[in-house]
Design a protein around this ligand. Structure first.
Ligand code: PMP
Length: 286
């Protein structure tokens, strides 16, 4: 089945979708994005992603071309026409095209570009990796200093992912001034003596929508949560480690820089959080 995608008001077969070569997303990575998970045909935490999109746009003085209800309707239409049961909806807003290349932002009346597409991930909940856990290496965090804005300038995370691949592992944790910031596309956590430790929110990391949900559930379940920096050495000595993202939910990390964490399997805290997260998210998915 040909995938139907959305471009600036139109639903079209993916092969017919196009944007200008002068689009600022293409020329300057002048755009932001969101990825919303679909489980059982329903959107997980749509309003969390919507709120973060609005924030990213505001930080970049960019206009949102649609309102919340229209964005929800587009998501639902794409999920429906593409028959997505388990998968994702990717959305991207760019500052549009002024018909040429110019560093200065174009005038206010330039239409932003809005593109959405779906990705199917059948069987993702039962993927073997969830039981097995992922392995990571550490790399220097060489990204810009506003990682709280979810921009499409993802070249460095791509390089981190390639470094991981070259090392025969699954992902990279980025390190700045001796402390872990986050994974290439996820938030990072360790568990030590029952306490869940994750870096506090700032301009240094993305405020994960999954992070917010998981920390809320952890607090509700009376688990101890400490928001502070941690090092790779602490991760190696931790009882457990895990990541969160809309695409991976809660995923155990079992090795960092070649050293096993805990007993080398996803630990009980991350497994419990994964269960709670999936159960609670599904209840309120729309
Ligand atoms: N950090 C980074 C750098 C990311 O790219 C992502 C995924 N978009 C996350 C964290 C996790 O965010 P979320 O839980 O909203 O997917």
């Amino acid at each position: 089945m040909t995938r139907t995608v959305y471009v600036n008001g139109d639903y079209v077969p993916e092969g017919e979708a196009s944007v200008s070569i002068f689009d600022r997303g293409f020329l300057f990575a002048d755009g932001v994005y969101e990825v919303t998970s679909v489980l059982g045909g329903k959107l997980v935490d749509f309003d969390g992603h919507w709120a973060r999109l609005e924030r990213s746009l505001t930080e970049l003085e960019m206009r949102n071309p649609v309102d919340r209800d229209e964005m929800l309707a587009i998501h639902r239409e794409l999920v429906s026409v593409n028959g997505i049961v388990d998968g994702r909806v990717y959305l991207q807003v760019t500052r549009g095209s002024a018909g040429d290349r110019d560093f200065a932002y174009p005038s206010e009346d330039t239409e932003p570009t809005l593109v959405l597409f779906t990705q199917a991930t059948p069987g993702i909940l039962d993927a073997p990796i969830a039981q097995k856990g992922i392995r990571v290496i550490s790399v220097d965090d060489l990204r810009w200093a506003r990682r709280d804005i979810k921009t499409v300038q993802l070249l460095y995370p791509c390089m981190g992912k390639m470094a991981a691949k070259a090392a025969g592992v699954d992902d990279a944790w980025m390190v700045e001034d001796g402390a872990v910031t986050e994974g290439t596309s996820n938030n990072a956590y360790i568990v030590k003596d029952g306490a869940i430790v994750t870096r506090a929110l700032s301009h240094d990391i993305l405020a994960g929508i999954t992070r917010a949900a998981v920390l809320r559930f952890a607090n509700e379940a009376q688990m101890k949560v400490v928001e502070r920096d941690f090092t790779i050495e602490e991760a190696k000595a931790a009882d457990e480690a895990f990541i969160t993202s809309a695409s991976m939910f809660v995923q155990g990390v079992v090795e960092v820089d070649g050293e096993a964490i805990g007993d080398g399997r996803p630990g009980p805290v991350s497994q419990r959080l994964r269960e709670i997260y999936l159960e609670e998210s599904l209840k309120v998915a729309i």
